[in-house]
Design a protein around this ligand. Structure first.
Ligand code: ASP
Ligand code: MG
Length: 408
């Protein structure tokens, strides 16, 4: 391994921090400041603003066939979407060089990010950052296009929506970085989404396991796969706002804590855009087998799958399903009696072992009843209580749950 005379810092900037030339310039200034402070700096960038959404919309437009279906091939989606981050990486490198510092940009595949071959939401398998190490040793600032890698079949892959965070954490681990700083338009993690729950409070410190649970249930500040990497590799994450240039910026520090004294609910999170799948009775699980096969072929993953001899439920998050219309047809073709509850949200209470008794579940049901909401399904795990409800009720229920569980 290359010896590094200076500590390595990995910084990741989200799309809203890079939305226009002025903002990109501010990011260049921040990167240069970190370099001047005596660090080796690796910067991972997202695509500018809503670029990824725009590219995806374009793909859906050109994919329309006379029958009306729009099912763009996932391989081509990855070729297309990975260009968003290439735009930002090169612009940022140009901006940094214009400030008199040496910089070089790399795509995910150039910096050795190897993934499985699951297009649109690939998982990183290995990172071989030799080119980054060589350029750092030459004194350069290295800029990396986030959200992308290369499969062992030498195909370009993307890491699922929000995947630049994963690039940053995986690189921090592979480079034995001091830390990974994730910059966005919010100054860290809150006890609920402040847009839905104005009285949400800032959480200055958080355990990896807790943030992973929150991210898997829809919290957006850092993507779930990134937190999982950070947890496994023991990388501390510093979530900060790009726009807070003060001497002591507010932040959330995420690390693994071994003291489990909390035993309370810490946050309310919600994931919109989910579908609840209800399975018909399936003696011998024959229907489940058919459904799982169809889901695998359609590239759909299930969360909270619960099956028994008389019925079952599963949740599909549509975030990383590029075309639900096609997937829906495939699932119904395999199991015609499947019942789908669309336009749903999952609202969750997340905390440290707070569901050890049945009392919190009773409280959740009481809150829903008081709000006049009948849940489609409810789940309880040691870290989480979740309710599948109509999206129209989601904001109101988040506020009520925040009052009942967190703000007490
Ligand atoms: N640009 C990608 C997205 O919008 C990846 C990222 O932002 O992290 O999902
Ligand atoms: Mg993002």
């Amino acid at each position: 391994m290359t010896q590094h005379p200076r500590p390595i810092i990995v910084q990741k900037y989200g799309g809203s921090s890079l939305a226009d030339v002025e903002k990109l310039g501010r990011v260049a200034d921040k990167v240069v400041a970190a370099r001047k402070a005596g660090n080796d700096v690796v910067v991972v960038v997202s695509a500018m603003g809503k670029t990824t959404d725009g590219l995806l919309a374009l793909a859906r437009q050109v994919a329309v066939v006379p029958a009306g279906a729009a099912d763009p091939p996932r391989r081509e989606l990855d070729m297309l979407l990975s260009t968003g981050e290439r735009v930002t990486m090169s612009l940022l490198s140009i901006a940094i060089q214009a400030r008199g510092f040496e910089a070089i940009s790399f795509t995910g595949s150039q910096c050795g990010i190897l993934t499985n071959d699951r297009h649109f939401d690939a998982r990183i398998i290995e990172v071989r950052p030799h080119r980054i190490e060589d350029e750092l040793a030459r004194g350069k600032i290295v800029i990396v296009a986030g959200y992308q890698g290369m499969s062992y079949k030498r195909e370009i892959t993307t890491l699922g929506r929000g995947g630049s965070d994963t690039t940053a954490v995986a690189l921090a681990a592979a480079l034995s970085a001091e830390r990974c700083e994730i910059y966005s338009d919010v100054d860290g993690v809150y006890s609920a989404d402040p847009r839905a729950v104005p009285e949400a409070t800032h959480l200055p410190e958080l355990d990896h396991a807790m943030l992973q649970e929150m991210a898997e249930c829809g919290a957006k500040v850092v993507c779930a796969q990134a937190v999982e990497w950070a947890r496994r590799a023991g990388i501390a994450i510093y979530a900060r706002s790009t726009f807070d240039d003060g001497p002591a910026p507010r932040q959330t520090v995420v690390r693994t804590r071994h003291d489990r004294e909390h035993l309370t609910a810490r946050a309310i999170v919600a994931e919109g855009n989910v579908v609840l799948v209800r399975l018909p009775p399936s003696p011998g699980h024959a229907v489940v087998d058919d459904l799982l096969r169809a889901a695998a072929d359609a590239g759909v993953a299930f969360k909270d799958l619960a099956v028994g001899p008389t019925a079952g439920t599963a949740i599909v998050s549509l975030l990383n399903v590029p075309d639900w219309g096609a997937a829906r047809r495939a699932l119904l073709a395999a199991v015609p009696s499947l019942e789908l509850v669309e336009g749903a949200s999952v609202v969750s209470v997340v905390g440290d072992g707070f569901c050890a008794t049945v009392e919190p579940l009773g409280r959740l049901l009481a809150v829903l009843r008081a709000e006049g909401v009948t849940p489609h399904a409810v789940t309880a795990t040691p870290l989480r209580l979740g309710a599948v409800i109509d999206t129209a009720d989601a904001a109101r229920v988040q506020s009520a749950l925040h009052r009942a569980f967190v703000a007490t």
